[in-house]
Structure formats: structure tokens, C-alpha cells
Design a protein around this ligand. Structure first.
Ligand SMILES: *Cc1c(COP(=O)(O)O)cnc(C)c1O
Length: 404
């Protein structure tokens, strides 16, 4: 393991000044238990073997790296490569941590898993892992997202999960987290919370990063097969930041590799129009951890917007706040329109329909590629596939060059 990953976070879950654990006293013991169980299990050869087995024989790992030649030619600059997390079972990187979280839950003797979901991808991945390992599953989801991401709601129900709508506030991801936490407090002795990103109280930002680091481990090896050198740039979209931390992990000690976390600029720069947390936010505590967050004039979590339902979150994983703070990562931006353009370009030039979240990484990478030389390279974490988004996109943004 890299020296950075071994030494970060500290034993209290701090990445520099960000992270930690700010939870009600009733949850202190359950989170302490999770931390201790994780510390033990991560060195357990049986756990490592079990995880390797499901990843290889069930989930579809390793996922390939594809050279996007047509897209690279179109942009006219750097060569663009895609780490194909869209090819995971259930269509996104989320199963990387869900399988591991559910093995951990089972190991600790819990019968049930509880989580929030934004676009429904974490919910589907967790419901899948719960079905596979025979645990009960309760998923909290904002009513607005339930409407927008209907196919994923049906998927979760078919998989046997109980989907509970979050009906307060803006009824999206933030409210889903509130609702899931409330429910968890009442059943922390029989159920375990499975956070869907590198957010939440310690040990989740570290644990989810470690489980997602498989993306970076594979990428580093596979990229050499293509180019016989490291990529110059690695680009990933950042909601909470798990697919980004996953791929960044593989290159974090390689200072010459630029790491870009891409934030959604939505439809404008005003509060409520975007969810570019690292760009416009300030330090603050939300959902049990200290990080950078977007606040309204009262200091509460601000309203946010992005067409990517999985990345409209008013905070960000504490490690991203830290890595930006120390200058190791840079922030890229991509707005709704650029993301939709990238969605269609990748579909029509490469035959890959990306998730709207992933399309933000592609949109930024396209801008970056056009400014770079032809011998330079960009590796994108293509976090998920776009089947879940097709109805929403075609209803709101006409198909370019449509032939019918
Ligand atoms: C959930 C999701 C994201 C955002 O989550 P991160 O933790 O920031 O990776 C991005 N892309 C897809 C496809 C997702 O499902």
C-alpha cells in the first residue's frame, strides 16, 4: 500500500483538519464497533479472499480500460482513456464498497443494512449485495429522486429492499441521509449503516476509500499495458467522492500525475444553481463529519442542483477537502449543458452511454484534452452507465443528429 494511504487518516479519522466523527452519543458505540471490526477484518485473509472471489466471479472485475480514440480525435489534443466502472454488475462503481460493507455487516452478526441513496445507484448496489449475502435492506431516498430515477426504485424493490421516501426539504440526497440516520438511531443494535460514499463519520470515509481503491490499483497496472507510462492526468466526478478517491488512490504518491476532481456547476454560479462544494463552499460540519460545505445565509446546508442525481450533495468527502487544501488535487468544473453534450458525444463517438454523473468527468476531460498536446494522456473514471438517465435526458435535451 502507498505511504500516503497507510498514514491517512489519523486514528481519529482526520485528513488534516477535515473528517472526524460528530455523532449523537447513542451512535458512538455502534460506530466504534464498526471501526474496530473493520480494523480487524481488513487484515483477515478470509475477508480478503471472500472479497476477491465476489469481485472476480460475480461483480465482473477487473473492469477494462478502453482507449476512446474517436473522442480523442474529436477533441484534437490529449489521448483519452476510460476506466470502465460502468461495466460493474449493477452498472456503477458502488458495488465495490457495497459488497465489502455487507461482508463486514455479516461478519459482525447484523441481519439488516440501512442506507441513503441519491440516484438510486447506491441503493441498487446495496440491495444487490444484501440479496447475495442474505441480509435485509432498507433504503431511504428523496421523493424527487424517486420520481426522476424510477427504474432504480423498481430495481431495488424487485431485489427485495424496502424503499422509504424522504419527504422533507428539497426531497433529494441530503434529506435521504437525514432520514436514513434517524431510522438507524432506532435500530443500531440490529442493523448497520452502509454509507454510499467517502462521507459520514469515521471510519466510513477511510473504509469506503479503501474498498474503492481497487479502481486505482487496477488502473495503474492496466494503464501501463496501453502506454507503458503513467497517465499525465486522472479525472473523476466528485459527489461525495468515492469513485474519485478510488482511482486517485492508485496514483496519489505519483506527484507527476495531475488528479482532477470534477464538480457540477449545474446551471449557474448562484447558491442553489450548482453543487460545486470545493469551489464555493466553506468549512462546516454536516452528517457527522467536518469538511467543506455549501451553506445558505443561515449557515445551514444550502440547496444544491445538478442534473447528475448522484452528485448533488452540499458537502464532500473530507479527504477531498484535505487533498485540495494541500495542493495534491485540483478541481475541474462541468455544467449541466457540458455534461449533456459529453453524454451524447461519448454515446455517438464511442458507443458508450455514460451516467450523467460520469458525463461530468467526460465533459471536463474534453475541455482539458483540447488544451493538451497529442502525446499527453487523460484517464477518466467512467463511474457508471447511463441507462438510468436516458428518459430524463431525451425528454429535456433532444438527441443530436437523430434519424427517425
Ligand atoms: C453515486 C455515483 C457517483 C457519485 O458518487 P461518488 O461517491 O462521488 O463517486 C458518480 N457516478 C455514478 C455513476 C454514481 O452512481
Amino acid at each position: 500500500m502507498s505511504s500516503y494511504l497507510e498514514n491517512t487518516p489519523d486514528e481519529n479519522g482526520y485528513f488534516g483538519k477535515f473528517g472526524g466523527s460528530f455523532i449523537p452519543p447513542v451512535l458512538e458505540k455502534p460506530f466504534e464497533d464498526i471501526k474496530n471490526a473493520y480494523e480487524k477484518i481488513k487484515k483477515d485473509p478470509q475477508f480478503i479472499e471472500d472479497l476477491k472471489y465476489v469481485r472476480k466471479h460475480y461483480q465482473g472485475r477487473p473492469t477494462p480500460i478502453s482507449f476512446a480514440k474517436n473522442l480523442s480525435d474529436y477533441c484534437g489534443g490529449a489521448k483519452i482513456y476510460l476506466k470502465r466502472e460502468d461495466l460493474n454488475h449493477t452498472g456503477a462503481h458502488k458495488l465495490n464498497h457495497c459488497m465489502a460493507e455487507v461482508i463486514l455487516a455479516k461478519h459482525m452478526g447484523y441481519k439488516k443494512v440501512i442506507a441513503e441513496t441519491g440516484a438510486g445507484q447506491h441503493g441498487v448496489a446495496l440491495a444487490t449485495a444484501a440479496a447475495y449475502f442474505g441480509l435485509e435492506c432498507e433504503i431511504h431516498m428523496g421523493e424527487v429522486d424517486i420520481e426522476k430515477e424510477h427504474p432504480n426504485v423498481i430495481r431495488m424493490r424487485i431485489l427485495g429492499a424496502n424503499v422509504i421516501p424522504a419527504t422533507h426539504g428539497l426531497k433529494t440526497l441530503k434529506e435521504a441521509v437525514d432520514s436514513a440516520f434517524e431510522s438507524y438511531i432506532n435500530q443500531a443494535d440490529t442493523a448497520i449503516y452502509c454509507i454510499g460514499s467517502v462521507v459520514g463519520p469515521h471510519p466510513f470515509p477511510m473504509m469506503v476509500r479503501d474498498f474503492q481503491s481497487i479502481i486505482g490499483i487496477e488502473s495503474r497496472e492496466q494503464f501501463f499495458e496501453h502506454e507503458d507510462k503513467l497517465p499525465n492526468n486522472v479525472v473523476a466526478c466528485v459527489g461525495g467522492g468515492s469513485n474519485a478517491m478510488g482511482i486517485f488512490s492508485g496514483f496519489i504518491d505519483d506527484k507527476e500525475v495531475n488528479l482532477y476532481g470534477v464538480e457540477p456547476m449545474g446551471k449557474g454560479e448562484k447558491i442553489g444553481e450548482h453543487s460545486a462544494t470545493l469551489t464555493y463552499g466553506e468549512e462546516g460540519i454536516m452528517h457527522g463529519f467536518n469538511s467543506i460545505m455549501l451553506k445558505d445565509e443561515k449557515g445551514d446546508p444550502a440547496a444544491v442542483h445538478s442534473i447528475g442525481s448522484g452528485i448533488d450533495y452540499p458537502s464532500v468527502g473530507p479527504e477531498h477537502a484535505h487533498l485540495k487544501d494541500i495542493g495534491r488535487t485540483k478541481v475541474g468544473l462541468c455544467n449541466d449543458e457540458e455534461a449533456v453534450d459529453a453524454f451524447y458525444k461519448l454515446s455517438q463517438l464511442e458507443g458508450i452511454i455514460p451516467a450523467l454523473e460520469s458525463a461530468h468527468a467526460v465533459g471536463f476531460a474534453m475541455k482539458l484534452a483540447s488544451k493538451l498536446e497529442k502525446d499527453e494522456t487523460i484517464l477518466i473514471s467512467l463511474s457508471g452507465r447511463g441507462d438510468k438517465d436516458i428518459d430524463f435526458v431525451v425528454e429535456n435535451y433532444p438527441i443530436p443528429n437523430a434519424k427517425f
